[in-house]
Design a protein around this ligand. Structure first.
Ligand SMILES: *Cc1c(COP(=O)(O)O)cnc(C)c1O
Length: 243
């Protein structure tokens, strides 16, 4: 069980505790600037392309939520990490032929953008598991991945999800194109928050705003992010790019 199929990078893994601390400190400082409590902002450690050992190292520092983008790669690591109490977030592009595995093995799905995928995830969620938590991905101008729904289509997908008992809609997610200055970074995050405020109701608070990554987490927190998805700043540069 000691071997993983991932290339091991000892230098990178050794740096994880310090980088994790640094990211936690960035989150704390941004929360102070935003006059928010740091506890209201969850760090999702994006471990895609990094090995199970890297996740173990971060886990030993107290990190519990990990984000993966590629289903097969994630399932391999889950087997190696079965002994840990990890909350797994799927942050990749949902594909119809992978929904069964996503529904069976993940706790969260960010990036839901298709009612057919929502129905498949609902139907395929094992009955003994709690509802799958989902965030609806919104494509704001310049979306890097071109994924996500137009803002005008979000309400309908949320309404659809509410008819699906094995899904729990927790909020909205976005992945904007990179921008240099903080004001430009903040714009799409602000748009997502405003959209959330428009769609939220007392019974459907849409509390989660999944936004912000290594290079723009401060901007996202200033605009209300409740979950930042951080890969590079925690684990170092990705050893390969599977896209
Ligand atoms: C890879 C990825 C991240 C993390 O990106 P970093 O720039 O490495 O922090 C966040 N969100 C999504 C959807 C990703 O695919």
């Amino acid at each position: 069980m000691a071997m993983t199929s991932q290339p091991r990078d000892d230098t990178g893994d050794a740096g994880i505790p310090a980088r994790l601390k640094e990211v936690q400190e960035r989150i704390r400082a941004a929360a102070v600037r935003a006059k928010r409590t740091p506890e209201g902002i969850e760090l999702l450690a994006v471990s895609k392309t990094h090995g199970a050992d890297a996740i173990r190292t971060a886990y030993a520092c107290g990190q519990r939520a990990f984000g993966e983008s590629y289903v097969q790669e994630a399932l391999g690591k889950m087997v190696l990490l079965e002994d840990l109490d990890i909350t797994w977030h799927f942050i990749g592009r949902v594909q119809a032929n992978k929904t069964r595995q996503v529904a069976a093995h993940f706790h969260w799905v960010h990036g839901l953008a298709d009612p057919a995928h929502a129905r498949r995830l609902n139907d395929q969620r094992p009955a003994d598991l709690p509802p799958l938590k989902v965030c609806v991905q919104v494509n704001l101008s310049g979306e890097a991945s071109k994924a996500g729904l137009e803002p005008s289509a979000v309400a309908a997908l949320i309404a659809e999800c509410e008819t699906l008992p094995a899904l729990q809609v927790c909020g909205l997610m976005t992945l904007p194109a990179p921008a240099q200055d903080e004001e430009a970074q903040r714009r799409p995050f602000r748009t997502l928050r405003v959209l959330r405020d428009q769609l939220a109701t007392p019974t459907r608070p849409l509390r989660c705003l999944s936004m912000g990554m290594s290079d723009d987490l401060e901007a996202a927190i200033l605009e209300g992010a409740t979950l930042v998805r951080v890969g590079t700043a925690v684990f170092g540069p990705r050893p390969y790019n599977t896209k």
